[in-house]
Design a protein around this ligand. Structure first.
Ligand SMILES: Nc1ncnc2c1ncn2[C@@H]1O[C@H](COP(=O)(O)OP(=O)(O)OP(=O)(O)O)[C@@H](O)[C@H]1O
Length: 565
């Protein structure tokens, strides 16, 4: 996403209504009418059609009445009249919603769990919904009967606390440390919801009309999420397709159209936008939308894309919207809530600033995974590559010679240079960055996962979400643009309850980040080197969500000055 791309588009939620209305008009235009049909020749046929229609109408009216009755019942049950589970019609739609999740755990057990796991639930509807502590406490369903979580012992805290809300149809924001199972936290309610609603017969033969859309910031993360959710979806005969740039559009179109059309689309914004504009995909039937790595998706770089994508879905009152992330900066919160109805916010971890008590204003401080041992070395910028080599050799000594190590650089050119430097010194290394073709990126990642190469040099395309087993060490050769990116980068290790290590080479060029880095280290009870403190402890205000202090607000309307050399 280019920094300069900031042209305002006439979209957003208002556009959402317009496009969803337009989609509906298009549908009508494509539906054959009675008059169009050539074979309605005899009076008998007409009568039969009339009879069928009136029977259908009667049936629909009956169903509507039943639905209304159920809704009434449900809203009486609900403590608040604003409960979105009812607004979304979900309380009716979800076949298991009558069983109260969590009722087999005692109040005391739940209280102890909430305290131990540092779970905070902010529910504007005050529904007092409690976490489930075991998979067995989930409302039974066709999907769960297939035991999709047999490999896990218990739900992770974000799953335990968010599922009771999301399975009941609530909009939700889930904030939990890296590697804590957020993918399944949104995948389960997604598949359950789609499975509880039958697919509408498609009247629009030009487009695929998925019922769920999951948006991811990078191609590799979209592919990984697609793998995870398709496994779950396949248990109940639903299909998921991954749409991302750098790969054949025709192949992706063919996958979208396979069988009765994809139920779930996992996509990066660029390719999804292309497919929306040429009508390959129509989001008019979406009932479940997820922004994974939500703060990244809502920052300036992707904001317009997200407005366009959610704008193509039914209005927020008619869909369920979920946002998950490990970092939740203040700058994106208002925008996030504008896409949701009464969202419940589930936060895992004591996210008050180090040395401060919770201020009670619902603030969510940035927090790194506490199982990662974080080391910061203040170094001379010219000695970075040599130091990197020493660190790698030290880390891969003896029996650890095949340990996976992820090396982060800031720039693509820097990643190329560092890769070549290491290669020349006999290190088995691959790289992943934006200057490589997609097939090269995929090959590098696969080689790293398979252990063919034990060192992967990456830019921030690999910072978020990637779940690579057994990454033992993350080395930051150059500090990222934002402190949030630092938390995500180091979060590639220490996943799913394991421990990990991160070493950051910090130079005077990175001093704008010293204050926020000191806070992260202190909050995670890590040593703060004296050399780092010398750069100052004040947290500088970010000039830009994604470009940090590198951002310059340029007046695009001003004519550039011509300089002759
Ligand atoms: N209940 C569970 N018990 C044990 N492991 C789990 C459970 N749920 C998910 N996992 C595993 O935890 C790992 C990390 O999960 P996931 O990738 O969803 O993390 P995440 O919270 O999305 O991380 P990130 O913030 O980096 O994107 C995965 O390998 C996943 O299979």
């Amino acid at each position: 996403m280019s920094a300069g791309k900031k042209h305002a588009r006439p979209d957003g939620e208002e556009q959402a209504l317009r496009s969803s209305k337009k989609a509906k008009t298009d549908e009508v235009a494509n539906t054959p009418t009675d008059a169009d049909a050539d074979d309605l020749k005899t009076e008998k046929k007409k009568k039969k059609e009339k009879k069928d229609k009136s029977e259908k109408r009667e049936k629909k009216e009956k169903n509507d009445k039943k639905e209304k009755k159920d809704k009434k019942k449900k809203s009486k049950k609900s403590k608040s009249s604003e409960e979105p589970a009812v607004q979304n019609g979900e309380a009716n739609g979800h076949k298991t919603s009558d069983s109260t999740p969590g009722d087999s755990a005692s109040e005391d057990e739940i209280k102890a769990y909430l305290t131990k796991e540092e779970i905070k639930i902010d529910d504007p509807s005050n529904t007092n919904v409690k976490p489930i502590l075991k998979f067995a406490q989930l409302p039974p369903s066709k999907l769960l009967a297939k035991k999709p979580f047999a490999a896990y012992n218990a739900p992770t805290p974000i799953q335990a606390a968010s599922w009771p809300f999301t399975l009941a149809g609530r909009d939700a924001i889930g904030i939990a440390e890296t590697g804590s199972g957020k993918t399944m936290a949104f995948s389960l309610p997604c598949v359950e919801k789609l499975n509880a609603h039958s697919k509408k017969a498609s009247k629009d033969y030009r487009s695929t009309r998925p019922r769920a859309v999951i948006v991811s910031p990078t191609r590799e993360l979209a592919m990984q999420t697609h793998d995870a959710i398709s496994g779950l979806a396949a248990h109940v005969g639903l299909s998921a397709v991954c749409l991302y740039g750098g790969a054949s559009k025709d192949d992706q179109r063919a996958l979208l159209r396979k069988n009765t059309g994809a139920d779930i689309v996992v996509a990066t914004p660029g390719r999804l936008k292309d497919f929306l504009s040429d009508n390959t995909v129509n989001l008019g039937d979406v009932m479940f939308a997820v922004l994974d790595e939500a703060d990244r998706m809502l920052d300036k770089g992707f904001e317009d894309d997200i407005k366009l994508i959610l704008g193509g879905c039914p209005p927020k009152e008619e869909r369920q919207t979920l946002m998950f992330t490990a970092t939740w900066p203040t700058s994106v919160r208002v925008l996030a809530e504008s896409f949701m109805v009464n969202p419940v916010r589930v936060t895992i971890g004591n996210r008050t600033r180090a040395g401060e008590e919770g201020n009670g204003n619902g603030s969510v401080e940035l927090q790194a995974n506490s199982r990662i041992d974080q080391k910061v070395e203040v170094v001379d910028p010219r000695g970075k590559e040599q130091r990197l080599l020493e660190l790698l050799r030290e880390a891969q000594k003896g029996s650890a010679k095949n340990d996976r190590i992820l090396v982060f650089c800031l720039y693509k050119k820097e990643a190329v240079r560092v890769e070549q430097f290491l290669e020349r010194r006999g290190i088995r290394v691959a790289s992943i960055h934006g200057d490589l073709r997609q097939d090269q990126r995929t090959k590098s990642l696969e080689a790293f996962k398979a252990g063919t190469t034990s060192v992967l040099v990456a830019t921030d395309v690999a910072a978020r979400g990637l779940d690579i087993p057994e990454v033992k060490l993350v080395i930051n050769v150059t500090f990222p643009l934002t402190i949030e990116d630092y938390v995500h980068r180091i979060g590639r290790t220490g996943r799913a309850g394991k421990t990990g290590k991160a070493i950051t080479l910090f130079t005077e060029h990175d001093k704008a980040h010293s204050g926020s880095l000191v806070n992260i280290l202190k909050a995670a009870k890590q040593d703060v080197p004296e050399d780092l403190l010398k750069f100052g402890t004040t947290v500088k205000k970010k000039a830009h969500d994604s470009y940090g202090s590198f951002y310059k607000d340029v007046d695009m309307t001003k004519k550039a000055t011509k300089i002759t050399f």
